[in-house]
Design a protein around this ligand. Sequence first.
Ligand code: 6R9
Length: 665
Amino acid sequence: MGEQSPKAPVVAEAHAVDTFHPPQKMLDKHPSKPHLSSLEEYQKLYKESITEPKKFWGRLARELLTWSKDFQTVHSGSLAGGDNAWFLEGELNASYNCVDRHAFKDPNKVAIIYEADEPSDGRNVTYGELLRDVSKLAHVLTQMGVRKGDTVAIYLPMIPEAIVALLACSRIGAVHSVVFAGFSADSLRDRVIDGGSKVVITTDEGKRGGKLIGTKKIVDEALKQCPDVGHVLVYKRTGADIPMTEGRDFWWHEEVEKWPSYYPPVAVNSEDPLFLLYTSGSTGKPKGVMHTTGGYLLGAATTGKYVFDIHDGDRYFCGGDVGWITGHTYVVYAPLLLGVSTVVFEGTPAYPNFSRYWDIIEQHKVTQFYVAPTALRLLKRAGNQHVRNEMKHLRVLGSVGEPIAAEIWKWYFEVVGKEEAHIVDTYWQTETGSNVITPLAGVTPTKPGSASLPFFGIEPAIVDPVSGEEIHGNDVEGVLAFKQPWPSMARTVWGAHKRYMDTYLNVYKGYYFTGDGAGRDHEGFYWIRGRVDDVVNVSGHRLSTAEIEAALIEHASIAEAAVVGVADELTGQAVNAFVSIKNGAEVDDALRKDFILQVRRSIGPFAAPKAVFVVPDLPKTRSGKIMRRILRKILAGEEDQLGDISTLSDPSVVEKIITIVHEGK
Ligand code: 6R9
């Protein structure tokens, strides 16, 4: 990014190389102007959000959400107590806020731009149609016995009906529990049972990147061990010939036909649960993160407005899947709460070719695009010739899910955005509900690789992991925690509040612990370093090494397993597994493949190890603790920095493992 280039952005004086300001061309093509006029205005509002959070959030809650009953208490509880509650007496309905209020104003406005796997198969859904579709499905769910507070499992690909399903649940006060449609039958089963779901919504098949996925088959398999599921609703996506279980399985199109097109929204308390979403943690069992209605919706609406600078008439495209938090907050809730059009993309960035994202952006005049760096790495590698489109309407390019390397950031800015769009590297988590450290489009100066500054209401602290003390001042490194509660923070882990306390709130008393390492530079900008726990991030997917290990030792031949994440050029991190074999059985290539298959079967294809090393034994302390640190060092080629290995019960295994890794087996 040379200053000699006529297109170069205005560069800050002190750090000429790496501070970028919102491009003038972005401001020139803006339909009006960004919601905030300057960094100073952000700083003023930010200060208010920290010193007078009740005043700040009370105002925004009334401005951005429609309440059927106003609240009197903006917030109660504390991080130490783990009892945070927001807008306490308030009542509202999520689907009313996402659909009705916009449909009443303009029923013909496009709510969903559906980009099907085959480029020619898409269609639009207007707010008026969405209200009818959501209402009809709300009737169907009610008929199936779903009541306020009941959980409904959703196992759907990226089709408009996924949004309809989420909103139909919220319309009747039910709790949606979306399970990513790449999860295996076993994973689906565990989530259905843990969430207590009584109904499952799925498709006959899914279609992605030209390939068919047998979603209903996976549901049938999972439900063999879920006696409490009374009904399965099946949307016909491909028309495949699938078995339907009499009395349990019903076709979506046949059921919705029976019911009228309006169903009154059921008002719920602000703190009633809106959804569960399972995520991986340090221990084997996935956690059902619970979000409540008022606070979560406010987080989605506020970040949609200020981070992405969403304005009326925008067309917003988030490439995340609705099976993850990014899809929840930024495919569904943020754009619909703000009444704009959201792109629902069923396919992959590589199908039918590497121009797919860019074609979608061009065709629909997309104004904000939001995706994980892993997709950008793939597309950068595929070559600039695929990015042939002008994409003139793009104002904001978002990044999420993992750190974005400076070179990818610059490619995004220069090649995709033509230096006319503002890059927002948004840091957040399933548990935070919405963006927490992020630039505001059109406002915040950015540095490639830094998520920049805290969002409203977020008071970050860098904590020394050894002493547990907060490290004040700038130019510091440690682990990242937050000092104040914020409206969209998760309220609990479903059925395991103690685990919630122990994972997030009891680690450093009075703080919310993110699990990420971070630095704060000399200008107060935050740099996320990655997880400090046993979580690996593969292509933006959050995986627990413990969960993969648990899957591996289910295999009849595996005695012990240790899984570590290693840096990977394409996927950010990759899963590498070390296994020891029962009774010294012979291991051939077929068996090795079967180990990988075991993980695919048990969790899902996206969790499959990239390499499996069969070792005589794992490096363990005398008390039996596996020293994953040693495995990580060996994989990184840092055998000379293993440190003291004399505490191992059998130090000689280290040499053997090094040889095996070098041989690549
Ligand atoms: C939204 C989402 C959360 C973990 C998080 C961190 C990593 C997310 C990031 C980022 C660096 C960013 N992460 N955004 N790391 N820069 N902009 O991804 O939620 O699936 O729960 O993952 O992802 O490690 O702790 P989730």
